[in-house]
Design a protein around this ligand. Sequence first.
Ligand SMILES: *[C@@H]1O[C@H](CO)[C@@H](O)[C@H](O)[C@H]1NC(C)=O
Ligand SMILES: *[C@@H]1O[C@H](CO)[C@@H](O)[C@H](O)[C@H]1NC(C)=O
Ligand SMILES: *[C@@H]1O[C@H](CO)[C@@H](O)[C@H](O)[C@H]1NC(C)=O
Ligand SMILES: [Fe+2]
Length: 275
Amino acid sequence: MKLALWLALVAVAAAAFPRGAAAQNFTLPSLPYETDAFEPSIDNMTMTFHWTRHTNAFITNLNGQVLTKCPDLNGKSVLELVLAVGAKCSWNERRGWSARNSDCFTIPTECETLVRNNAGGLWNHGLFFLHNLAPAGSQKYADDASEELQTAIWEAFGDYDGLKANFSAAAAGVFGSGWAWVVVNDDGKLAIVTTPNQDNPLFANAPVKGLPILGIDVWEHAYYLKYYNVRASYISAFFDVINWKGVSDLYALAKEGAGSYATADVLKPAANWED
Ligand SMILES: *[C@@H]1O[C@H](CO)[C@@H](O)[C@H](O)[C@H]1NC(C)=O
Ligand SMILES: *[C@@H]1O[C@H](CO)[C@@H](O)[C@H](O)[C@H]1NC(C)=O
Ligand SMILES: *[C@@H]1O[C@H](CO)[C@@H](O)[C@H](O)[C@H]1NC(C)=O
Ligand SMILES: [Fe+2]
């Protein structure tokens, strides 16, 4: 992502959550659906444990270790933390002297790894559970992905099958634990990116940046209870439970620009859960 775009994201993220006003602990959001609604693609036990244990652990760590070691981070939104991973502010910026970005802040050294893993983990799982997943049989790509998103997929990958082939190959190719993403890149085009562990293309130091609209968790905890070591079967099944409405909304925001994208809150269920 170009520096200017990233700075716009940071500025909007900071404005959306004014410092001090939101000094609070993170809490695990309620899921807007039943955990057994994804059978047979994703089993009930995996859905339950993945949210209440694995995702909740990021929250416990942020509220506990991170805020204890680095109390200055209290009140930062999960997006602000994610954008700050690997950020290097200039001497002027650190002192708020740069008109360009007075909100540039860096994660204290002692919290770098904790924030990278836990803010990354919470953001990634928020996107996955609350914006990217929809119960089996509830949505169809052709009916529920916006025309704009379908056109962009057609331009980038030929068609739905091209997207599926590309995304699946990327997800299968992640060595060990990590994620595969569909992002909107600097040129406003769709691209596929992978990240290790709980890293994210929004990190200031991400090797390939972009605004994620769809992500798949390929940690074993996301599929092992049902699929054992056969990651490819899980990836294929994931395509039957995608929230295309949620993905389309994120795509529309990303196309408007980094500032609009920053208004999306991955810790709140996607808008389509409200109807
Ligand atoms: C789904 O899992 C939860 C947690 O283990 C359990 O309480 C619930 O009864 C399960 N639902 C079904 C239909 O098995
Ligand atoms: C935040 O959470 C931690 C751990 O859950 C707790 O010990 C602490 O009292 C909480 N702080 C506030 C301000 O609620
Ligand atoms: C990914 O998409 C490109 C077109 O953008 C295509 O040339 C390529 O073969 C696809 N890769 C896979 C693994 O499907
Ligand atoms: Fe996970």
